[in-house]
Design a binder for this molecule. Structure first.
Ligand SMILES: NC(=O)c1ccc[n+]([C@@H]2O[C@H](COP(=O)([O-])OP(=O)(O)OC[C@H]3O[C@@H](n4cnc5c(N)ncnc54)[C@H](O)[C@@H]3O)[C@@H](O)[C@H]2O)c1
Length: 160
């Protein structure tokens, strides 16, 4: 646990208005372990940034889409000079019975979950290689393992 404190954490995504949002939990948990955190979300990440700072942790925010992985990773490099851990956690649902699902609903979910994961990880990869160290954590779902009614798009996107 102490070693983790030496690493900067790219916390990809967080927030949501629910107290139990998974991204926020990742951020606080890693900050408590001493990681320097980048809080990324489409929404303003300042609430969680300030929550971490008030607890004595290190955090900066970047309001951007996960699909803009270069911007997200640049925020980590600008703030901390390195990036050690990427947590791909951004997510959306566009549930619909498969017969009624349209291309837009399919593409939106693929863009956030699959392309977002690819873009942030891809942007971090050169730093991982240079450092000879890097870790990627992808949030998935039981829908990605077992499938679920109305979630053909989501199940496919999170089974990576
Ligand atoms: N809540 C559950 O029961 C559950 C179960 C299994 C998996 N998951 C997965 O866990 C992750 C987090 O779930 P949650 O319940 O905390 O969701 P949430 O809706 O509370 O939070 C998702 C966050 O992702 C952000 N986001 C959406 N698109 C984005 C983008 N393009 N770039 C950056 N941020 C973006 C949203 O603004 C939101 O703050 C998701 O990937 C979700 O699919 C959730």
């Amino acid at each position: 646990m102490e070693a983790l404190g030496k690493h900067s954490l790219l916390k990809f995504m967080f927030i949501s208005l629910t107290l139990y949002s998974i991204g926020r939990c990742y951020c606080l948990a890693f900050a408590k372990l001493g990681a320097s955190v980048v809080v990324n979300d489409l929404m303003d990440p300042e609430t969680v940034v300030q929550e971490i700072q008030k607890l004595g942790g290190k955090a900066v925010g970047v309001k951007a889409s996960a699909e803009d992985g270069d911007t997200v990773v640049k925020a980590a490099i600008d703030a901390y000079g390195r990036i050690d851990i990427v947590i791909n956690n951004a997510g959306i649902l566009r549930d619909k019975a498969f017969i009624n699902m349209d291309d837009k609903m399919w593409d939106q979910v693929m863009s956030v979950h699959l392309r977002g994961t690819y873009k942030v990880t891809k942007a971090a990869w050169p730093y991982f290689l240079k450092q000879k160290y890097g870790r990627v954590v992808n949030t998935t779902s039981t829908s990605g393992i077992y499938g679920n009614f109305g979630q053909a798009n989501y199940a496919a996107a999170v089974s990576q």
